[in-house]
Design a protein around this ligand. Structure first.
Ligand code: NDP
Length: 484
């Protein structure tokens, strides 16, 4: 098979197989062809991976931050050198066009490795003077073994966004990719070893949800970082709470994008395209509720339809193609099911809505107008290329409606009124906000959600606090006074 890795798992610096685990077929979404067969981790594999991470952790944490950082930065360089090869694997794993994977996956993973690699040497505690000579100092310590569990939309990026800050702080990791996209995390593990990481620092095991669940409850694990849906997040958070483990939850969303009549329509249409159709709409922070102010609605829809008609849909390996298949038949059917719901709820289908016939899991980019707040397509995360356009009249009204959701991952506003832009983002109940753009996630900026969309933040300096903890040391320079 075309993309068959040496084995299913990567533990203690090498590939490991155990064919008694349930088979995992890796399917190329553009053709439906099986490109690799892996096996889910058995309890023995889970045990081996956790033991390996546990054994490696003390040595890794004892290295200087400069040394750890050097390993991560070397790994970033290797990833960039191999960007094309890694992007081709990512395209086969996810179906995302090569045009996208070349610039958004291994490159984004490399950015995280470089950023946290650069930061590793400067991770410190602080000195707190108390008067009378006494003082406190704090020691920033690693948490221990961290578990990363990934979704299938950005497999390389997620493996690095979790791995890089964890390793920078002196933790080790066991990462479980989604069984839909198991290939690229193995590449990340291999590259880290090549870059000089000690064996066992970054392990990858495959598996379905049950493998993730067994990692989350294991006593050897100090922290769990999940990227996934809200229902999975709820289960994982609850399971982690039992062992009082640290958590980061990057979950789903149904984010609003507000377009005021004074906005630059061309930019707003570009933002709506990026925020709904990039990666065939399979992006957690997508702005899938597009509120367009009355007066510009028809102009907005007309320009959007014209631009969508120029999307190049087809073979994701063709670098001219900018809209590929969905990750799986199942995900395509979920999205097509929402198209039917939208129609039956009375929304107006203004673009797309059909499956594209063939062996691949393709559907058209789809736009509904006249969507109302109570429709399922406006309330539920679809995770596919289905945009809902809703009308609004006033700023006050739209902000209340934008926030009327259990989710709070992202939100965006397009307007040329600078004070209104800041007023709106101040009112948004969302972790990641955009003014006059959408869906950018540079490693320097915190990324994450509020409300049901998550706990904690990835990227930026903040991620360090989620992968380390402070030990407080009180130092007395005086005699000890006791009451008796
Ligand atoms: P899922 O929630 O179905 O799965 C996420 C991961 O958790 C998978 O690896 C899955 O394994 C694993 N898992 C499932 N059940 C359990 C369990 N009980 N214990 C431990 N692990 C478990 O999400 P998808 O993979 O379908 O990804 C899509 C979702 O991810 C969307 O809701 C999307 O919004 C969200 N997402 C959020 C992002 C963010 O940063 N906020 C970014 C990208 C996606 P398996 O696949 O084998 O079931």
């Amino acid at each position: 098979m075309k993309f068959q890795p040496k084995a299913s798992h990567f533990i203690n610096g090498e590939y490991v197989e155990d064919t008694s685990g349930a088979p995992i077929d890796v399917i190329y979404p553009a053709t439906g062809e099986v490109i690799a067969r892996l096996h889910s981790a058995t309890p023995a594999i889970v045990d081996q991976a956790l033991n390996s991470a546990k054994a490696a952790q003390a040595e890794w944490a004892a290295m200087s931050g400069t040394e750890r950082g050097r390993v991560l930065r070397r790994a970033a360089d290797i990833m960039r050198e191999r960007n094309r090869e890694l992007s081709i694997i990512e395209t086969h794993d996810t179906g995302k066009p090569l045009q996208e994977t070349l610039v958004a996956d291994a490159t984004s993973g490399a950015d995280a490795l470089e950023y946290f690699g650069g930061m590793a040497a400067s991770l410190t505690g602080e000195h707190i003077p108390l008067g009378g000579g006494d003082f406190v100092y704090t020691i920033r310590e690693a948490l221990g073994v961290c578990v990363g569990i990934g979704a299938w939309n950005y497999p390389t990026q997620i493996a690095c966004w979790k791995g890089a800050p964890a390793l920078a702080c002196g933790n080790t990791m066991v990462f479980k990719p989604s069984e839909t996209t198991p290939l690229s995390a193995l590449q990340v593990a291999e590259i880290l070893i090549e870059a000089g990481a000690p064996k066992g620092v970054y392990n990858v095991i495959q598996g379905y949800g049950d493998v993730g669940a067994s990692l989350v409850t294991d006593a050897r694990v100090a922290k769990v970082s999940l990227t996934g849906s809200v229902p999975t997040g709820r289960k994982v958070y609850a399971a982690a709470a039992d062992g009082m483990k640290h958590v980061t939850m990057e979950l789903g969303g149904k984010s609003p994008m507000i377009v005021f009549a004074d906005a630059d329509i061309e930019n707003a249409v570009s933002g709506a395209i990026l925020g709904n159709f990039y990666s065939s709409g399979q992006v957690c922070s997508n702005g899938t509720r597009v509120f367009v102010q009355k007066g510009i609605k028809e102009a907005f829809l007309k320009r959007l339809s014209e631009r969508l008609a120029t999307a190049k849909i087809g073979d994701p390996l063709d670098e001219e193609v900018n809209f590929g298949p969905m990750v799986s038949e199942n995900q395509m059917n979920i999205a097509l099911g929402y198209v039917e719901k939208g129609k039956s709820e009375g929304a107006r289908l203004v673009y797309g809505g059909e499956r594209i016939e063939g062996d691949g899991f393709y559907m058209q980019p789809t736009v509904f107008a006249d969507v109302t707040d109570d429709m399922a397509i406006a309330r539920e995360e679809i995770f596919g290329p289905v945009m809902s356009v809703l009308d609004f009249e006033t700023e006050e009204e739209v902000l209340a409606r934008a926030n009327d959701t259990e989710f709070g991952l992202a939100a965006g506003v397009f307007t040329n009124d600078v004070t209104r832009a800041h007023r709106i983002v101040a009112g948004f109940e969302a972790g990641t906000c955009y003014i006059n753009t959408y869906n950018l996630a540079p490693v320097e900026a915190p990324f994450g959600g509020s409300k049901m969309s998550g706990v904690g933040r990835e990227n930026s300096k903040l991620a360090i606090n989620h992968f380390s903890e402070m030990k407080t040391v009180y130092v007395s320079m005086n005699d000890v006074e006791a009451p008796y």
